[in-house]
Design a binder for this molecule. Structure first.
Ligand code: TYD
Ligand code: MG
Length: 480
């Protein structure tokens, strides 16, 4: 038999190669490919094994049992999971180190294990930490004031021990593994944290979860260096993938469902990291707009959707005359390619000259927006900064911009308008509504913007584009 060749595996996405290379062709990450021990067992096919059992095929119709869910009582978490944790399912919670994954899961475990009125816990939770000692977790529990919850703690990394402790009829209802990258299977040669170890450990645990019917919550660190395998190598194995995100400097944390077999994806839950742990933020729009200062040029409010939930955020743009031959374009919280497109459309279709300006764009509050519906709000912020004319404080915008400068309809316009009206906004600039003319929700005037030129005229307060072009050197030039 041929000697097994070494394999080279990308620790970010799990792609494997016969040779080492600096960049992974599958996910374009650099320096993430490391050598792993070859797979010992070559695939043998089915010859020589036991005879298979016949499958029991059934029709599509039939009484399917509604998956029993266990709500945690943490509303923001339950929303993201689609109403609670489903028996026998596996969830992956990914995020940067230090973002608050252990804190979140300890709070979830504590909420589920909290004593009820009759003194018994709603669910039995086991929290297995491979990173921290039991005392460290206890210290955190004290800080979170949840020490009276029925949570079984253990520090372990050997999967054989963990499986032995969970594989019985009295298995807990919820099992938390923090983190999957610290777990190892002793029959594999590769080190903990490699793709092989992470995948094998996860698949053993997932199998056990299905068999014993417990909910499995796996923590996965996102890594940039590729020293340990990232959570992406597990995404296809689990039922639900949640990412916990946030800017390190901000206290806001966003839990986002990117895959969910038991609920809607793209749903978000918003938390605030405080001294006493994570607090729910039931009304994120109010929070994201809390520090807004009115009457400033370059700031607009975007009426966005995150999953099924409307979220209003402030978009800030700053244009400044640039001394550089290639002016800077810096973006926080939005897609830089999308910004380049909006800038190009403003230049080509509205005759604005932006080439000599540095452009900074910021989504306030640390939220990351991925909707093209933000185009109109971004364009308005840019024009407002360029002309140094503030947009009215009580104005919101949404709409996608096409390459010819046309403004395109976006989904869920009514929900966006309702949220804006609720928060006291009086006017909305929206894409033209196709066909059916319905009045928007009460309390908010809508004005349809068909083309970006109309927006420029409106925002720059009757300024013709030609006048703005003359001011291309920067907003100050307008005063002279
Ligand atoms: P942690 O949950 O350990 O992050 P992860 O498991 O994702 O690596 O959270 C770490 C950060 O959270 C740490 O910088 C301290 C901060 N923190 C608070 O601000 N308040 C708290 O109550 C707790 C428990 C942590
Ligand atoms: Mg942790």
């Amino acid at each position: 038999m041929a000697k097994p060749q070494p394999r080279y595996v990308c620790q970010a996405c799990g792609a494997s190669y016969p040779k080492w290379s600096g960049r992974c062709d599958a996910c374009n990450a650099w320096n993430t490919i490391t050598e792993e021990a070859p797979r010992e067992t070559a695939p043998k096919g089915l010859g020589g094994g036991r005879r298979g059992h016949k499958l029991d095929f059934v029709g599509l119709a039939g009484a399917e049992a509604e998956a029993p869910r266990r709500a945690t009582g943490i509303a923001e978490f339950d929303r993201v999971t689609g109403g609670g944790l489903v028996r026998g399912s596996a969830l992956l919670i990914g995020g940067d180190p230090g973002i608050g994954k252990s804190t979140l899961l300890l709070q979830v475990a504590a909420a589920l294990g909290a004593p009820r009125a009759d003194g018994r816990a709603t669910a039995r939770c086991a929290y297995i930490s491979g990173e921290e000692a039991v005392d460290q977790v206890r210290l955190r529990a004290r800080r979170l004031a949840v020490t009276d919850a029925a949570v079984q703690l253990a520090a372990a990394t050997n999967l054989r021990d963990i499986v032995a402790s969970l594989d019985h009829a009295e298995a807990p209802d919820i099992v938390i593994i923090d983190s999957i990258q610290t777990m190892y299977v002793d029959t594999l040669d590769s080190a903990p944290g490699t793709v092989a170890q992470v995948r094998t450990s996860a698949s053993e645990l997932i199998r056990l979860a299905k068999r014993r019917g417990f909910v499995l919550l796996l923590v996965g660190h996102v890594t940039k260096e590729g020293v340990i395998a990232g959570p992406r190598v597990l995404e296809h194995m689990v039922d639900t993938v949640l990412y916990f995100e946030g800017e390190r400097g901000h206290q806001f944390r966003i839990l986002r469902a990117v895959k969910n077999r038991f609920g809607p994806a793209n749903e978000i839950g918003v938390f605030e990291m405080t001294d006493g742990g994570l607090m729910e933020v039931p009304n994120p729009s109010a929070l994201f707009l809390a520090e807004r200062r009115g009457n400033v040029s370059g700031a607009t409010v975007f009426a966005g959707m995150e999953g099924t939930r409307p979220v209003l955020v402030e978009i800030q743009a700053l244009l400044a005359a640039s001394p550089l031959a290639t002016p800077r374009r810096a973006v926080v919280g939005w897609d830089s390619a999308r910004l380049a497109m909006v800038l190009a459309v403003l230049e080509a279709r509205c005759g604005l000259s932006l080439a000599g300006n540095d452009v900074y764009l910021n989504v306030a509050g640390g939220l990351r927006i991925s909707e093209p519906a933000a185009d109109l709000a971004v364009a308005a912020a840019l024009v407002s900064s360029l002309s140094d004319i503030p947009v009215p404080e009580d104005l919101v915008l949404f709409g996608e911009i096409g390459l010819s400068g046309e403004v395109r309809a976006v989904s869920q316009a009514d929900q966006r308008l309702r949220e804006a009206a609720k928060l006291g906004f009086a006017e909305a600039l929206v894409p033209p509504r196709r066909g059916r003319r319905t009045a928007g929700p009460e309390g908010i005037r809508t004005r349809e913007i068909a083309h970006l030129q109309d927006l420029v005229r409106l925002v720059a307060g009757g300024e013709t584009p030609a006048r703005l072009r003359a001011a291309g050197g920067g907003p100050r030039a307008l005063d002279s």
